[in-house]
Design a protein. Structure first.
Length: 468
């Protein structure tokens, strides 16, 4: 026992003399700094998501190599030199320790090589290998669908009930810890005879939020609104939470916010402060402007025809006339203009590059409404076909910046992911383009919406053509 203890103490002393401990601490500090910088720089440089995993893996794999080099070499005033052994290392009690050290180095080297061959080739995107859909980590979030709230008032108030549903859906969609179903998918269950359990099974959700809306108009004022939501657990059809809200029409935004907050609390979902602020935000203080906005939004939802889009433009313009700071109405106005433009898109396309360039120059930002990505995306596509690569890149870059910000706020909007994928494709960012295009089809597959799902699948095919 004493001889063994002497050998271990001698080996530890030699590690200290050769500064192996010091190198280990320095390596850990440098690796930690690199990882912290990587978490900031990698997303900013738009590098693939697996890049940080690769950095961590390489840091671990190179650690034993650094230890071996620290044992064998030293940095002196003469430069890097081989560390001289002590004369005492030739003593009999030193030899077993030296043999143990050599054995340990060989074992660590073998483990390092084995880990490298096993881990690195399995990183998503390594040498063109992409993560298969079936290999993605399972989404453990609780999933919820907001069904269209039933209108108990006048048939003319149907747009108001649909608007309440959309606003609650949008607020809940901003919660990263909650898996939501797109509004266009949920709308197919409007006036359905299917049970909550049947709907839940078809959509693969854990909870269903449904309810009723009654708008009691008042000739002398805006009237009152009565909203009765109820949260139902699909598994056993039990009511988790229900409430009756009856407020003046001016309080409709507070009702929408409180419903979303109560759902989050009932499902015990942890939210960050920016998400909490998004839940309580009010799009406008002008109730009449909000009513015009809901009319326009219903027109866009009911049909993608140019006639509906043109009428929706008028509704949104009336809303903005009453409240120029109504940003949500401004974005919907841009969407309506975009629908009109894309409906005429084929008329702008020709067979010569001059035709595409002329079409791009005919586009005006005002045509799409102010501050919209559709304008830049359209310009990018036209300029690219015209062979004006620099102009196209500038337009795609502007579209990507705007779409990335909007997608972060509305992560469940399939249409935004599809457009962002086109912008990334225009910039030549293959991995990002395919990721966004696939995400759009996952959010709204053909099985859930035959029309919109097919359009998103076609968009993904177009992305593959663009990126090769």
């Amino acid at each position: 026992m004493g001889d063994s203890g002497s050998r271990l103490r001698g080996f530890a002393a030699e590690l200290k003399r050769r500064r192996v401990f010091r190198v280990a601490v320095l390596y850990a500090v440098v690796a930690f700094v690199i990882l912290q910088v990587g978490e900031i720089v990698i997303p900013a440089l738009r590098l693939p998501e697996w890049t940080l995993t690769l950095v961590v893996t390489l840091s671990l794999l190179f650690f034993p190599i650094a230890m071996v080099l620290a044992w064998a070499f030293d940095i002196t005033a003469r430069g890097v030199v081989r560390t001289d052994p002590l004369p005492s290392e030739t003593a009999p009690y030193r030899r077993p320790a030296k043999a143990t050290a050599v054995t340990a180095v060989i074992v660590v080297a073998l483990l390092t090589v084995t880990a490298a061959f096993y881990v690195i080739p399995r990183l998503p995107g390594w040498w063109g290998v992409e993560a298969a859909a079936g290999e993605r980590p399972e989404d453990s979030r609780q999933k919820l669908v907001v069904l269209p709230f039933a209108n108990l008032g006048s048939p003319l108030d149907e747009y108001f009930a649909d608007g309440i549903t959309e606003e609650i859906t949008a607020r809940l969609a901003s919660i990263q810890g909650l898996g939501g179903i797109a509004r266009t998918t949920a709308m197919q269950y409007k006036d359905t005879d299917k049970t909550v359990n049947e709907i839940g099974q078809e959509l693969g959700v854990d909870y269903v939020l449904e309810g009723t809306v009654r708008w009691e108009s008042n000739p002398e004022g805006p009237g009152r609104v009565r909203v009765t939501p109820q949260l139902i657990k699909v598994e056993d059809d039990t009511h988790v939470w229900a409430q009756i809200y009856e407020e003046p029409l001016e309080g409709v935004f507070q009702v929408q916010s409180e419903i979303a907050e109560r759902v989050v609390e009932a499902l015990d979902v942890t939210i960050m402060e920016p998400e909490r602020l998004a839940l309580t935000s009010e799009p406008t203080q002008n109730v009449e402007a909000y009513s015009w906005y809901l009319w326009g939004d219903r027109l866009l939802m009911s049909s993608a025809s140019q006639a509906n889009a043109q009428e929706a433009v008028e509704m949104f313009e009336k809303a903005l006339a009453l409240d120029p700071d109504f940003e949500l109405a401004r974005l919907k106005l841009a969407e309506a203009h975009a629908n009109i433009y894309w409906g005429n898109f084929r008329l702008l396309l020709g067979e010569r590059s001059d035709d595409y360039q002329a079409a791009a120059e005919w586009l005006y930002l005002d045509t799409f409404g102010s501050d919209t990505s559709a304008y830049y995306l359209a310009r990018g596509i036209l300029y690219e076909r015209a062979g004006e690569h620099d102009m196209a890149q500038a337009s795609f870059d502007s579209a990507q910046t705007m779409l990335a910000a909007r997608t972060a706020l509305l992560p469940s909007d399939a249409r935004l992911h599809a457009q962002l994928g086109l912008a990334y494709a225009g910039l030549g960012l293959r991995d990002e383009a395919i990721r966004e295009g696939r995400r759009a089809t996952e959010l709204l597959p053909i099985s859930k919406d035959a029309f919109a799902g097919a359009a998103l699948a076609d968009n993904l095919a177009h992305i593959y053509v663009m990126v090769g």
